[in-house]
Design a protein around this ligand. Sequence first.
Ligand SMILES: NC(=O)c1ccc[n+]([C@@H]2O[C@H](COP(=O)([O-])OP(=O)(O)OC[C@H]3O[C@@H](n4cnc5c(N)ncnc54)[C@H](O)[C@@H]3O)[C@@H](O)[C@H]2O)c1
Ligand SMILES: O=c1ccn([C@@H]2O[C@H](COP(=O)(O)OP(=O)(O)O[C@H]3O[C@H](CO)[C@@H](O)[C@H](O)[C@H]3O)[C@@H](O)[C@H]2O)c(=O)[nH]1
Length: 330
Amino acid sequence: MKILVTGGAGYIGSHTCLALADMGFEPVTFDSLVTGHEWAVQWGPLEKGDVRDQDLVSAVLEKHRIEAVLHFAALSLVAQSVAEPLRYYDNNVAGTLSLLAAMKRSGVRKLVFSSTCAVYGVPPSLPIREDMPTAPINPYGRTKLAAENAIMDAAQAGQIDAVVLRYFNAAGADAALRIGEAHVHESHLIPLAVHAALLKSEPLRVFGTDYDTPDGTCLRDYIHVTDLAQAHVAALNFIMGHSRGHRFNLGTGKPASVRQVMKAVEAATGRPVPHSEAPRREGDPMSLYAAIDLAREKLGWEPQHLDIVDIVRSAVDWDAKYTADLAKTA
Ligand SMILES: NC(=O)c1ccc[n+]([C@@H]2O[C@H](COP(=O)([O-])OP(=O)(O)OC[C@H]3O[C@@H](n4cnc5c(N)ncnc54)[C@H](O)[C@@H]3O)[C@@H](O)[C@H]2O)c1
Ligand SMILES: O=c1ccn([C@@H]2O[C@H](COP(=O)(O)OP(=O)(O)O[C@H]3O[C@H](CO)[C@@H](O)[C@H](O)[C@H]3O)[C@@H](O)[C@H]2O)c(=O)[nH]1
């Protein structure tokens, strides 16, 4: 079965292509390479293009006789979305609407969408369940919620069948290190902390040390990218046998603070993480971690990587491999 993976040249999309191929699916990546990498597309063809190009998406759906779409393609950095909101609305909301129109034109009904825990904003209680109110506090989260709403309304109207996956913080890399996180403008905590420990970058800035959390820093739910990829395969199998719209959280359910992540990086690298304390970052909720009972029950999915040190170690191993590869090609 051929699956279109928009954003398949990106971090989570490429790991999902790997998981799809392992399970006998044929992933076809559709990606503009705005933040993705051609080298990450290893398990099927790459069709270069922008999801907002409706004619092209429709032609690709028909050329490959695609049966379902996994839609990862998006801009996804909170701080960048605060600075460039219209670029985010255009890419993430107009992009999703255009994709939905192309699917309708080409008769493809099944969709799995990458959403985010950022749609919850500041949750009323923890852990976060899917039926809690959505009230995103940054433009990125609002674009993802707008796209979700369009998808769920189309599903409610019987036009598509869709699974919306709200992931928490993706981290780590493929165990065989074939692919991993390689954002050109890196802003994520784990890779930045690893680079700081290895003295490849400036000291880490800890954004906010006065939150009402056990150690004053933000809590997040770091989920291994391979567990996320497996969840997409489970979601695809689920939606092939179900109709209408469904939403699931994907996390570990276990929170880690910024300081705990720094300790994990120290354990994984054997080096301290040089850092400074900085003001809170605009758009950051204090604590986000998931209730994952629904995904367990309906998708039959269970995260396998629960130890933050193991997750960080996987990121460290990938960083060493990627750095060595870059040095070879330099
Ligand atoms: N990384 C996380 O922790 C996280 C958490 C929650 C949700 N998400 C969501 O998961 C998805 C993937 O995130 P990621 O971390 O792999 O990001 P990424 O930047 O590595 O991957 C995104 C991919 O989409 C492509 N893309 C972007 N806009 C496009 C467009 N208009 N047309 C075609 N291709 C386009 C990029 O080139 C890139 O390959 C995103 O939708 C993001 O919002 C990520
Ligand atoms: O240099 C840094 C970078 C981050 N942080 C903190 O680390 C935590 C995690 O930040 P980051 O790794 O940037 O992830 P998030 O801002 O939580 O966003 C990620 O996780 C979201 C889900 O929570 C996704 O929707 C987004 O796409 C993805 O970028 C936050 O408390 C940040 O304030 C720092 O203290 N210093």
